[in-house]
Ligand binder design. Structure first.
Ligand code: HEC
Ligand code: HEC
Ligand code: HEC
Ligand code: HEC
Ligand code: HEC
Ligand code: HEC
Length: 418
């Protein structure tokens, strides 16, 4: 009978928890999927060149903006015309403007209030997402393995602790109820001693329930540490450093379909693919986005003045951070793979045309090179030299035994090391 009351009490606790949690956050920004989706497109088209959700870029990381800005109305006014707000003497507007060395955010007078709210909806959803684990690809380039983001594990652990606490409350009720029931009975001395034995620290710590609880918590925490550790193996893969200019392959190689070889001029001819010089950027950017602070960095690098179209002669190389790097003891040649073997860039570098920021897709270990040399057929197309070799190979090994890179010496140490 009292069990029932205790159960009712715990149901009350759980529902109170469930109802209170959501009402703690503001509701002015929409949360429906359609708004978030629309916001994502608007964010990518208008804000992405200067803002990331979780990372500081040209402008601040937008995650958690709600806790900094004076109000949602302020945010809308700011996005529409930040200069106006700064000129009005608004305290926070001037503070953040000075913090970012007075760099001017573009005015978005054409955006409607609802559109800005959609962008904020997207920012809030994106900010709440757990950080993605670095991209993990297996030796043979198979699909990335899905990991358990550690935020989920944290949530599970917190959930378990809440449930355990509720259990404790319920058990406490049951004990006190039982005691009251038992007090009204006639008990033998022995039974009385058990019922009246005081609950001290030592009776608690020696009880099987407590020991179980401790073992359970220690195992869970240990398990989580091991999983977190596993995710940091092979850190070089997925390496995506921040670059001095927010150059996006998605915009250039993806949306605008600029050929990889237009910029990486070395791939057909030699060992290096080459990072393009600013002159290649200038083929387009003397005209395109000339007002963008990111493009102005290109101008600064070559001492170009867009107002007059003249060069000052003062240059300062753009310090791109190198991403792919095999040690000097090994030799890799792009032309051999791209030109002679006809391998697509994406086989080794992944979907570059979808990357806002380039990351290392493949392992680049010796095992990775060897594995492909074992599996890949030699490309004999339009190559008289290989035609002869392939003919000889098939004569000696049979028609179904295709000539692989390993058959032309692709596993010999000296081919890659000298
Ligand atoms: C040309 C670069 C640029 C673009 C494009 C841009 N911003 Fe900004 N934004 C900034 C800079 C820089 C700041 C810091 C304040 C300053 O210096 O004016 C800022 C500040 C902000 C702030 C204040 C954030 C805070 O933490 O206090 C918000 C909100 C914001 N931007 C939203 C947007 C939205 C939404 C868009 C797209 C519609 C956008 N920005 C597009 C550069 C930009
Ligand atoms: C408009 C010029 C341009 C085009 C087109 C372009 N890239 Fe790039 N690429 C760059 C620049 C600039 C960098 C250096 C900055 C960076 O890493 O984002 C770079 C970096 C890279 C890197 C990383 C280099 C390193 O440091 O290890 C790879 C790999 C790459 N590009 C592959 C490609 C592929 C594949 C394509 C075609 C799908 C392509 N690029 C198209 C300009 C370009
Ligand atoms: C073939 C033409 C072309 C070349 C070459 C080119 N770009 Fe672009 N770039 C574009 C186009 C088109 C856009 C998108 C403009 C837009 O969003 O309206 C763009 C956008 C950008 C932006 C985003 C600017 C902003 O504020 O939105 C950056 C940064 C950029 N390019 C850097 C570079 C760099 C660095 C190079 C040289 C390595 C380069 N681009 C070479 C055509 C080019
Ligand atoms: C067979 C695998 C493979 C293919 C195919 C491939 N790459 Fe690479 N790429 C590599 C490796 C390995 C490195 C690192 C080389 C080093 O450290 O010397 C690299 C490095 C790069 C770099 C860094 C700068 C440099 O010159 O080392 C760029 C840029 C690049 N690749 C672009 C491309 C482009 C563009 C294509 C397609 C036209 C392509 N790659 C095709 C394996 C490949
Ligand atoms: C995607 C498959 C692939 C990967 C990955 C790959 N290669 Fe190759 N490699 C080939 C093919 C195909 C050839 C044959 C080219 C030819 O026909 O000459 C080749 C040829 C070579 C050769 C010339 C071999 C000879 O006998 O002339 C060298 C050296 C080489 N690769 C080095 C490397 C190194 C170093 C790596 C790793 C950093 C690597 N390769 C990764 C496919 C690959
Ligand atoms: C297809 C190219 C290729 C062939 C063939 C090759 N290696 Fe390597 N090797 C590499 C690459 C690439 C690396 C660098 C890998 C890395 O940084 O993880 C490497 C690294 C090494 C290292 C250094 C390991 C380290 O931890 O620094 C040794 C030693 C080595 N190879 C020995 C050999 C021997 C012995 C052979 C012949 C049986 C051989 N390799 C054949 C590509 C090759």
């Amino acid at each position: 009978m009292m069990n029932y009351r205790a159960a009712r009490f715990s149901i009350f606790l759980i529902s109170a928890f469930l109802f209170l949690a959501p009402s703690l956050s503001a509701q002015t920004v929409p949360t429906d999927d359609e708004s978030v989706k629309n916001g994502e497109t608007l964010f990518k088209n208008n804000c992405y060149s200067c803002h990331r959700v979780k990372e500081k870029w040209t402008g601040p990381a937008l995650a958690g903006y709600q806790n900094r800005v004076p109000s949602i109305e302020w945010t809308i006014a700011w996005v529409k015309n930040s200069a106006k707000l700064i000129a009005s003497g608004d305290e926070y507007a001037n503070k953040i403007y000075n913090e970012y060395n007075k760099s001017q955010m573009t005015a978005f007078t054409n955006l409607k209030d609802e559109e800005i709210l959609d962008i904020l909806a997207y920012v809030e959803v994106e900010a709440a997402k757990p950080d993605a684990a670095p991209v993990v690809v297996t030796e043979d380039g198979a699909a990335p393995a899905a990991g358990v983001p550690s935020a989920y594990i944290n949530a599970i652990i917190i959930g378990m602790i809440v449930i355990l606490l509720l259990l404790l409350v319920v058990l406490g009720f049951i004990v006190s109820t039982l005691k009251r029931v038992v007090e009204n009975r006639n008990l033998s001395e022995e039974e009385k001693e058990v019922v009246e034995s005081p609950i001290t620290l030592s009776t608690v710590t020696r009880s099987p329930g407590f020991i179980f609880l401790v073992i359970f918590l220690v195992t869970t925490v240990g398990f989580k540490t091991v999983i977190d550790g596993l995710f940091t193996i092979g850190v070089q893969q997925g390496y995506a450093p921040k670059q001095p200019i927010a150059f996006s392959h998605k915009i250039h190689a993806g949306e605008n379909e600029v050929n990889c070889k237009y910029c990486h001029t070395g791939v057909m001819k030699g060992k290096q693919a080459n990072i393009p010089s600013p002159n290649i950027c200038m083929n387009c950017h003397t005209q395109i986005k000339t007002e963008s602070p990111e493009i102005k960095k290109i101008y600064a690098a070559i001492g170009y003045d867009p107002a007059t179209g003249t060069y000052s002669g003062k240059t300062e190389p753009i310090k791109w951070v190198r991403i792919h790097n095999i040690p000097d003891l090994a030799y890799f040649n792009h032309a051999q793979h791209v030109n002679v073997a006809g391998i697509e860039c994406q086989t080794c570098h992944g979907p570059i045309e979808e990357m806002e920021v380039v990351y290392q897709y493949s392992l680049l270990t010796m095992g990775w090179c060897i594995d492909c040399h074992r599996k890949t057929e030699v490309n004999g197309k339009d190559n008289a030299y290989y035609d002869k070799l392939i003919q000889l190979h098939e004569q000696s090994k049979g028609k179904n035994n295709k000539m692989k890179v390993e058959d032309i010496g692709g596993l010999e140490c000296a081919k890659c090391h000298y």
